[in-house]
Design a protein around this ligand. Structure first.
Ligand SMILES: [Cu+2]
Length: 139
């Protein structure tokens, strides 16, 4: 009986520690998006924890006019990303894109190795024009 009580205490303690850890996770972060392949498309992406997932707002300067640029979250770091998109986002058009990735926690994105990647166009996916690593801002 005693060991069961200790097990329950341990489980409760683990729950408290997990809650404390998640309290440290920011609810919104802004990361830098860096131009690739001489696109000139530099900017930011802001990731915000919302009730049903993570909202991602991409803003890029120097984007081409009225060209939908496919945008995804990929596993990996910029320059070394997995080619297959992990989570699709809305196309970035005229330097702006807004999407919510449903059922995802910002904390989990930060724990993993992920990057937001913008492709040149729907017909030139192989050319990457902007990328940002999803990392917590330095304290
Ligand atoms: Cu992609």
């Amino acid at each position: 009986m005693k060991s069961l009580r200790f097990a329950l205490l341990g489980a409760a303690l683990a729950g408290v520690l997990a809650a404390a850890a998640s309290a440290d996770t920011p609810t919104t972060i802004t990361i830098k998006m860096v131009a690739q392949n001489n696109s000139g498309e530099n900017g930011t992406a802001t990731l915000t924890q919302v009730a049903d997932g993570v909202r991602v707002a991409v803003k890029l300067d120097g984007a081409p006019t009225d060209v939908p640029q496919p945008t995804h979250i990929h596993v990996g770091n910029c320059g070394h990303i997995n080619k297959a998109p992990e989570y699709p986002l809305a196309n970035t058009v005229n330097g702006a894109g807004l999407a919510t990735v449903k059922g995802v926690q910002l904390a989990d994105l930060l724990k993993g190795t992920y990057a937001i990647n913008v492709h040149k166009s729907t017909t030139d996916l192989a050319t990457y024009v902007s990328c940002g690593n999803i990392t917590a801002p330095a304290m």
